[in-house]
Design a protein around this ligand. Structure first.
Ligand SMILES: Cc1ncc(COP(=O)(O)O)c(C=O)c1O
Length: 446
């Protein structure tokens, strides 16, 4: 019977990847994609992005040019948005040839990407310092797609207690239903203390640094070494650390970005990206993404590409504003503690100083224990310049109470006082401080 090509089936045939059978010898042994080539060829573990030469332009310069080819845009500075499903091929032979290039940024069928996706992927790979990037439909799917791509029934995964809530929901929901077990560990657990918790079937050591809401900074190089020693992969949700934490210089295998945050920068898109740094990791990620039918809106990709041109300017301004505001809040008697990696009281501050080049504009506050949840709500409701809403990374300031929304298994990151999370935007800092000042009066006045 002739193999049917269903409507929209691009006829993907994976490029042979000789390295597939040679990495992560224990953990990945026996895993095969349907399209796997014959095993046995030479490893390509070394096929990573070459280190940036010392005389290369600085990141600001590289980001202006990343993924941009004015020759592809009829001379205009920005490329057009390219939408599409069907790609017409000049012949059956040409179509078959393209079908063999599922791992390449070529137009075969819309689901596999357009020039708009490929341009954004090149720019994110540049920011993350990796070999290849896959864009995904949301930040959350930048977490779920690679997990599903790498894991199989019977596997075990280690996840920090401070992980983004929906990641925890995914692990306890879909992953569990598919026979994959999750164990949680305290984000500050040392590699030595974690070693006995890696099982023969532990395939992924997941990290998120700093942690969601509580901002613990993890010792990524040590955890990566532990994972590799065990034949497991080190995944990092690097959303907070965009630009300031270079994942592949610190041993990460799979780096996750919610592009919804700073790359989007204007609170009007939902998008994610996963970056890897070896040919074999790219094979797993790309084939898994295609099998899952992952897709990102080209309009959102275009907006993210546009956002990236000003990313570093915004990040710098928001980092400085957030530090000024956090420092001011720190002096206030209503505040017990600031949860910000740049503060020495933050767990993992030493790793932040060692591994990061800066911060973004998101941090937390723990109020003195005498203030109730109702006091915090009164303060937040009374703020005039801070929006009340989920997400962060846009140009506007936001606030949310976080106590009660934080789920923990290992009892980490629990404080006596009520907590709130602030995201600092591009407003004037003095205006924001004035607003917080009157907000703190409302907190006290209950
Ligand atoms: C650390 C982190 N990762 C991932 C996500 C998910 O991003 P998205 O909202 O695009 O699904 C978020 C969203 O808040 C986040 O804070």
């Amino acid at each position: 019977m002739r193999e049917s090509c269903a409507m929209g089936d691009p006829g993907i045939i994976a490029q042979p990847n000789p390295a597939r059978y040679c990495f992560a010898p224990r953990a990945m042994t026996g895993m095969k994609h349907e399209q796997d080539p014959t095993p046995g060829a030479t490893p390509e573990r070394t096929m990573t992005k070459p280190a940036t030469p010392p005389n290369a332009p600085q990141p600001e310069t590289r980001l202006v040019h990343a993924g941009r080819k004015p020759t592809h845009a009829h001379g205009f500075v920005n490329p057009p948005v390219m939408r599409g499903s069907t790609v017409l091929h000049p012949s059956i032979a040409a179509k078959a040839e393209i079908g063999r290039k599922a791992l390449e940024p070529v137009e075969n069928y819309g689901l596999m990407g357009t020039q708009t996706h490929f341009a954004l992927e090149a720019a994110i790979a540049e920011i993350e310092g990796g070999l290849r990037t896959q864009v995904t439909g949301s930040g959350l799917s930048a977490i779920t797609v690679p997990l599903l791509a790498y894991l199989r029934a019977g596997d075990h995964i280690l996840v920090p207690d401070s992980v983004y809530g929906p990641t925890r929901t995914f692990c306890g929901g879909l992953l569990r239903r598919y026979g994959i077990e999750t164990s949680y560990y305290g984000p500050m657990t040392t590699a030595e203390a974690l070693r006995p918790h890696l099982r023969p079937n532990t395939r992924v050591l997941f990290t998120e640094s700093p942690g969601s809401h509580t901002f613990e900074v993890q010792d990524i190089p040590a955890l990566a070494a532990l994972a590799h020693e065990h034949g497991a992969k080190l995944f990092l949700d690097n959303t907070w650390g965009i630009h300031h934490f270079q994942p592949f210089l610190h041993g990460v295998d799979v780096s996750i970005q919610a592009l919804t945050k700073y790359p989007g920068g204007h609170s009007d898109i939902i998008l994610g990206a996963v970056t890897v740094n070896t040919a074999e990791d790219w094979h797993w990620l790309r084939m898994g993404s295609l099998e899952l039918g992952n897709y990102a809106s080209p309009d959102d990709c275009w907006l993210a590409l546009r956002g990236i041109r000003t990313l570093l300017v915004r990040l710098k301004a928001q980092e400085q504003a957030a530090l000024r505001i956090a420092t001011w809040l720190h002096t206030r008697p209503e505040v017990a503690r600031i949860l910000h990696p740049a503060f020495p009281s933050c767990p993992g501050h030493a790793f932040f100083k060692r591994d990061f080049t800066g911060a973004c504009g998101l941090f937390g506050v723990v109020y003195q224990p005498q203030y109730s949840a109702a006091d915090v709500v009164r303060m937040i409701d009374g703020l005039k310049l801070f929006g009340i809403g989920a997400s962060w990374g846009g140009y506007e300031s936001l606030v949310l109470p976080t106590t009660g929304t934080i789920r923990r298994t290992e009892g980490t990151g629990v404080f006596e006082g009520e907590m709130a999370r602030f995201h600092i935007g591009l407003e004037n800092v003095d205006d924001l401080i004035e607003d917080l000042d009157q907000g703190l009066a409302l907190l006290r006045g209950g």
